[in-house]
Design a protein around this ligand. Structure first.
Ligand SMILES: [Zn+2]
Length: 76
């Protein structure tokens, strides 16, 4: 079986393009997964014990589960 010269170039090139496309899709999906946040939770950081915690309730102040101190949301 004789392989033509253009096929010697085009077949490996197409093969590598498919690999690059699969890698691109993988990183695109990974980036989308990183952006996903579970519900609308607020992030709180305790000013007393530095404990970082989440609260799903839409309240301006949330009680620290470690020391019981009330803290403001850092990020919504
Ligand atoms: Zn605390």
């Amino acid at each position: 079986m004789e392989v033509s010269f253009p096929a010697l170039i085009l077949i490996p090139m197409a093969f590598h393009l498919v690999i690059i496309g699969v890698c691109w899709l993988y990183y695109l999906m990974r980036e989308q997964a990183a952006r996903w946040t579970p519900g609308r939770r607020r992030i709180y950081r305790c000013q007393v014990c530095e404990f970082v915690y989440l609260d799903a309730r839409d309240v301006p102040l949330a009680r620290c589960s470690r020391c019981g101190c009330l803290n403001e949301a850092v990020k919504t």
